[in-house]
Unconditional design. Sequence first.
Length: 582
Amino acid sequence: MESIDTAAKAPVAPGGSSGPPPAPHPARWLILAVTLSAVFMQMLDTTITMVALPSLQTDLGSTFAEIQLVVAVYSLAFACSLVTGGRLGDIHGRRKIFLIGMLGFTLASVLCGAAPGSTFLIASRALQGLCSGLMFPQVLSIIQITFSAKERPKALAMYGASMGLGTVLGPVLGGWLIELDLLGTDWRAIFYVNLPVGLIALLLGLARIPESSAEGARRLDVTGAAVLSVGLFSLILPLVIGREHDWPLWSLVLLALSPLVLAGFFGYEAALSKRADRSPLVPSGLFRERSFTVGLLISVVFFAGIPSFFMVFFMSLQIGFGYTPISAGLVSLGFAALIAVGSARSAAVVKRLGTKTLALGSGLLLVGISGVMGTLHWAGSDLHGYQLVPSLMVAGLGGGFFLAPCTGIILAGIRSREAGAASGMLATVQQVGIAIGISVAGILFFGLLGSNADGASRSALPELRGDLAAAGLSAQQQAHVITGFRNCFHDKMNQKDLTATPGSCVAVQQEVASAPVPAGTRAKVQAAVLGRAVPEARKSNFSDSFGQVAFWQIGCFGLSCLLVLALPKVRPEDVQDVPGGA
């Protein structure tokens, strides 16, 4: 198997190692397909479980907190292992660590699909996330040493597109697999689908991916890895499960300690970088590159936007408007399609605009999400999914313009011997951004559902009064039913698990069923309350709350747009030298 010493033979950008560039690898496009299949699977598994939560909860008899952990523990383990995974690749060989990660990820996916209970599934998802952390940072390093400077921009654009499409298509593919119910697998198919892809990638990777490592990488900085993992764990765990447990004291303590631990990590790494006999986990020289430090900030802010938007988006369509998993996923196809278009055209745009392409992408996302807000305000409870498609397409085009070139622009100038650490840190802050975004959006969304509940139920009262009068109820009986309806709706929208039925709703159902009125009247009252008033109020509530939460995403994309202005400017005539350009 051929081996490449990246520090000696593979300069990746201006400021990298000197010397003639290597000849293009003859199997480079096949290698790219193998590595991008890993990226796609990893991002897919970040979001694919979102549409499967109701099925998971029913089948496994899980609590809502356990089901939330199925989603959260993957991102938590992923983020905590990324930088360490990148450094392991630098030291022991990127091909070797990539294949170990792929094998572990594939086996963990099978374990997830075969899970007999919630605890087993959560543990398997944690293993899946850890193995993702081994694989993910190797991909950029493999791309950088496999492709020439001329071809690398196209490869990095495809890398960015794979990230975006994997994130957005997760719920679509998940809904489709659940709907198909292949061999009675139901939700388990969303994990089993990784098995054939993983096995093919393993075989092709063994045969084709060249080995590479970083010159001067001596051994793993175990202390740094442990401190970083503790810092990230302290930050992300409270964010993803704190709300479910009413923010207990331990979660607030961890949040307060996390910045101190992370500051200690960076101080320790800076001291270690000055010692010639040590190999730091994150070389402090990386942070002297303005494109890298500003790029990390941009990544945190930007990635706090898209996943959090789609979490609220799918919850609103499925729980609020009664869409099936597959129909909810199909509404987002326009976004996914335009991400592909934007990614394909991003190289030409970068050639003309340079780093301003990222500002254009953020700006289009801002316009698209604003359009979604306008549509929600205009349509209200009469919203149909297709009405959101034009705005989502604009946002998708912006996503493609941002995601495809951002990695190359941020990593421009990074020396090849630091590529693993740089790509690991970049991927880590992206996962941190996702965790922060989902946490903040979740807090806002659930809070708004509760605070907007009374107004939403009030909007359904005119029709409800008319239906109850038509059913023959007296004014006193109508008032009693309406009071029960409003109390029930208020309680349901203010609980953590929106799928549970609060006691006030059970009481209303029992009162209607036992009311001393003819059976025909009871049926009309049930139809009026459950068939019309509750769905109408629910739609109104989710529509209003979704539209208000979108201000969070607009803030993320607006700030991203402003931060792009702090990136070093790239002249159009020099853009061919910058990964992610043309």
